[in-house]
Design a protein around this ligand. Structure first.
Ligand SMILES: Cc1cc2nc3c(=O)[nH]c(=O)nc-3n(C[C@H](O)[C@H](O)[C@H](O)COP(=O)(O)OP(=O)(O)OC[C@H]3O[C@@H](n4cnc5c(N)ncnc54)[C@H](O)[C@@H]3O)c2cc1C
Length: 462
């Protein structure tokens, strides 16, 4: 029997509300325990890691400790893009390793999209997955120039038309009929998913395989050989940190990853006549080439889910339930949506929510396990964690089992970013960067010329 609900998790997002699940937390840690592997955090990172470990060695004693309930964090709230995007450029990956290693990571990310689909099918999880690719619109001259240079960049890295291609305005509008279209880029490497269904399905799958999942059990500290919680200590040879945007809640980890909020709105289910005007027939995910990211998907029940950054970074890396909502940002998202698709002017927005994602100081995700301390981690995915967590989970499973594989040799393994600056520098730098990106987009929309501001400030935030 689960614990009494401390809050109604179903109100957190559209995904929480529409997952066929009561979101009743499983029992908390009942006291001191021993395990072979202890994982802190039951989002995609923690659950994929537990799943691949349990599959590889069913005799392992695996304990997952979750502060709230599985899927409470970004994994239950995101935009549902399961993409091959990795939050670091091929150039910077190659600088730290080699061109071949950077491309190997890119190939592993492409494969991860299919692996998520296969693993979901194998575990009997219906996550409403449709692999329609991503269309990124170009709606101004500077956006078109960025679209062209992205394709040129792909070609220089040997990535062909099958991975990324430029669409002219006519081809673009056949996929997604946004206003002011100049063209678009299209990649097939993305699937739209229902993240709530996936994360809850994964939690059930690991429990079925004998993993001990303790919910409503916040860890206060992790150290070699143990995880400390208010309910007791779990002793384990291997301890994995899978807390992403919430990492600052652990002792000594305050400046490792900053929590940055991304916010989302969702419409009521739209009639077929509206979708005939908009497109997304294959449930392609969509974006455009502006600086401050926007992202959208057509859900399996025909809603339009549309999100973006723009919420401020909160001083001291604070995370509060109140920060999940920002009426100003919701209004900006709504007007950006209407600007793209005026046919949606009178459509009702039924849901609006947000969540914290994690960003490392060098904006590079990483995964690793220190064999001397037994401490492992994965995170810093920025907004690209839906598939990257799967790669992290498979990699952590190999590292825990001491296997030397293609995955454990990828160039993000063992990477360490330096810590973020102390406050108030952190607050200043991140918020100046966010404001400048929004300003650059407004200026480009008004003048039709490329803004220099974004380039000037990008070293501050990326
Ligand atoms: C609004 C939004 C939209 C996004 N859209 C996309 C997208 O479309 N595509 C994409 O690829 N990525 C997207 N992302 C990013 C993606 O969701 C994340 O990168 C990914 O879900 C991270 O998974 P995780 O398991 O590492 O972290 P989380 O899902 O955040 O899980 C961490 C878990 O740890 C628990 N926890 C935290 N502290 C403790 C503690 N001290 N003790 C115990 N448990 C603890 C939390 O309660 C939480 O359940 C988005 C993120 C947000 C917020």
């Amino acid at each position: 029997m689960g614990c009494p609900l401390s809050r109604d998790f179903r109100t957190l997002s559209l995904w929480h509300e529409t997952t066929p699940d009561a979101w009743t937390p499983r029992p908390a840690l009942p006291g001191d325990r021993e395990a072979d592997v202890a994982i802190v955090g039951a989002g995609f990172t923690g659950l994929w890691t537990a799943l691949y470990l349990a599959r590889a060695d069913p005799s392992l004693r695996i304990a997952v400790l979750e502060a709230e309930t599985a899927g409470f964090g970004a994994s239950g709230r995101n935009g549902g893009w399961c993409s091959a995007l990795f939050p670091s450029s091929l150039e910077s990956l190659a600088k730290r390793s080699s061109r071949a290693d950077a491309l190997a990571l890119h190939a592993a990310m492409r494969h991860s999209v299919d692996e998520v689909m296969e693993a979901a099918a194998a575990e009997d999880i219906d996550a409403h997955i449709a692999k329609g690719g991503t269309v990124s619109l170009a709606r101004t001259d500077p956006q078109l120039a960025r679209a062209r240079s992205e394709v040129d960049h792909a070609r220089r890295w040997g990535r062909g038309e099958d991975e990324l291609r430029l669409l002219d305005a006519h081809e673009a509008s056949a996929v997604l009929a946004g206003t002011h279209l100049r063209g678009a880029t299209y990649t097939p490497d993305c699937a739209a998913i229902h993240p709530g269904r996936l994360v809850r399905g994964l939690a059930d799958a690991v429990v079925r395989r004998g993993v001990a999942l303790y919910e409503q059990t916040p860890a206060t500290a992790i150290a070699p050989g143990r995880v400390v919680t208010r309910n007791g200590t779990v002793r384990a040879e291997r301890v994995i940190r899978a807390t992403e945007g919430y990492t600052r809640t652990l002792d000594g980890q305050r400046r490792r990853l900053v929590p940055v909020y991304s916010l989302i709105i969702a419409t009521e289910p739209l009639p077929e006549a509206v979708w005939e005007q908009i497109g997304l027939r294959r449930r392609e995910t969509f974006s455009d080439h502006r600086h401050l990211i926007i992202y959208g998907q057509r859900t399996a029940d025909d809603r339009l889910v549309f999100g973006g950054r723009g919420a401020p970074y909160h001083f001291g890396s604070r995370i509060r339930p109140a920060y999940d909502r920002d009426e100003g940002v919701f209004a900006l998202l709504h007007s950006a949506l209407i600007d793209l698709f005026p046919v949606l002017r009178d459509v009702t927005v039924t849901h609006a929510w947000g969540g914290a994602l994690g960003i490392a100081r060098d904006w590079t995700a990483s995964v690793g396990l220190d064999p001397t301390t037994g401490l492992g981690w994965a995170g810093g995915y920025v907004g690209d964690g839906v598939s990257t967590t799967n790669l992290a989970g498979r990699t952590l499973a190999d590292l825990v089992l001491g296997r030397d594989t293609e995955l454990t040799r990828l160039p993000w393994v063992g990477h360490h970013s330096r810590s973020w600056e102390p406050e108030p520098l952190r607050w200043l730098g991140i918020n100046v960067g966010l404001h400048a990106m929004a300003w650059a987009d407004r200026e480009e929309a008004r003048t039709g010329r490329e803004s220099r501001i974004a380039k000037l400030v990008s070293p501050l935030i990326g």
